[in-house]
Design a binder for this molecule. Structure first.
Ligand code: SAM
Ligand code: DTB
Ligand code: SF4
Length: 338
């Protein structure tokens, strides 16, 4: 007999009868607490209601401006506050960015995500980054940028250039946030997401687990994301990549099944989102990645680099897709494809 039938509905769905229905952290924690097989089953059901379960979307990352960042995010090798091996560089020329985007397209990526180690773009940077968006988009790729905080004008300028997605993560729960970052507030992040949404750019926002947080904090992060109205179109779930010299190096690694649970809970609470199995894949074996896809992840970062750390080789990923019968989405996968 299936135990799923005995799980109270309130533990699986937000109270939709109320128009202002919000996910309570308790509701999200109840999902985390389900037996893993029940949680996976439910996540697969939700996934199949919204997406082709055998299709995966590929985004490739490029660091367009590396290191020397003024922020103090405790996980990040690019912060100028910490002594890591990352060397600070200047903003890449547009031509080199476009060459990298073409190479990513040739490898099969459909979205190209350009990241800069900035607190926020300076007025003088806007011309170059908007030109990058225009030229990368002209290649037929979806464009994504992650440049730090944006004001309303900057978001509008990126929208006018044709930007499809803006990545800005909430990273963790409001309660744990102060343990990780002191140079910008949680509200700063929410404000940026508001400007991105108001500009009509798709929102890409997720977080990092494995930073020593507890399950309540993971549930708090997911509740924050799921209660954005509408929820983000893309939700990257990163497993901390521990980098020597950062304050979080040496943190007790997260139980891999807890990572899988985080993916499943993101899928259930944000049914129409692309849930991206993001940083940390190189440290995972193939079986664990397959469990993440089972839990509802339908997107990855593809290509042998993330921003400053390494990612699985494209050949290894393609072999994995073959073994799992996963098809690469030809265009950005759409909700309701099935
Ligand atoms: N500087 C911009 C910002 O922070 O908004 C954009 C780039 S920043 C590197 C983008 C995201 O990468 C962070 O919000 C964080 O979630 C993720 N990230 C950074 N370092 C990481 C690490 N060591 N492990 C996992 N995720 C990481
Ligand atoms: C996101 O959530 N993860 C990506 C992307 N958005 C920009 C970045 C991961 C960075 C991992 C550490 C590094 O390579 O520097
Ligand atoms: Fe800077 Fe972004 Fe790294 Fe924070 S995560 S230190 S803002 S590059």
């Amino acid at each position: 007999m299936s135990t799923v039938a005995t799980i109270p509905l309130s533990a699986l769905k937000k109270p939709a009868a109320r128009p202002d229905a919000r996910w309570r952290v308790d509701d999200v924690e109840a999902l985390f607490a389900l037996p893993l097989m029940d949680l996976l089953h439910r996540a697969q059901q939700v996934h199949r209601e919204h997406f082709d379960p055998n299709e995966i979307q590929l985004s490739t990352l490029l660091s367009i401006k590396t290191g020397g960042c003024a922020e103090d995010c405790g996980y990040c090798p690019q912060s100028a506050h910490f002594d890591t091996d990352v060397k600070a560089g200047r903003l890449m020329p547009v031509t080199e960015v476009v060459e990298a985007a073409q190479a990513a397209k040739d490898q099969g990526a459909t979205r190209f995500c350009m990241g800069a180690a900035w607190r926020s773009p300076k007025p003088r940077d806007m011309e170059a980054v908007t030109e990058m968006v225009r030229q990368v988009k002209a290649l037929g790729l979806e464009t994504c940028m992650t440049l730090g905080m944006l004001d309303a004008e900057q978001a509008d300028a990126l929208k006018d250039a044709g930007l499809d997605y803006y990545n800005h993560n909430l990273d963790t729960s409001p309660e744990y946030y102060g343990r990780i970052i002191s140079t910008r507030t949680y509200q700063d992040r929410l404000d940026t997401l508001g400007h991105v949404r108001d500009a009509g750019i798709n929102v890409c926002s997720g977080g990092i687990v494995g930073m020593g947080e507890g399950r309540t904090h993971r549930a708090g992060l997911i509740a924050q994301l799921a209660n954005l109205d509408p929820h983000p179109e893309s939700v990257p779930i990163n497993n901390l990549v521990q980098v020597e010299g950062t304050p979080l190096a040496g943190t007790e690694p997260l139980d891999p099944f807890e990572f899988v649970r985080t993916i499943a809970v993101a899928r259930i609470t944000m049914p129409g989102a692309m849930v991206r199995l993001s940083a940390g894949r190189e440290q995972m074996d193939d079986a664990l990645q397959a469990l993440c896809f089972m839990a509802g992840a339908n997107s990855i970062f593809y290509g042998d680099r993330l921003l400053t750390t390494s990612n699985p080789q494209a050949t290894r990923d393609r072999a994995l897709f073959d073994r799992l019968g996963l098809r690469v989405a030809r265009e950005g996968a759409r909700e309701g494809a099935r």
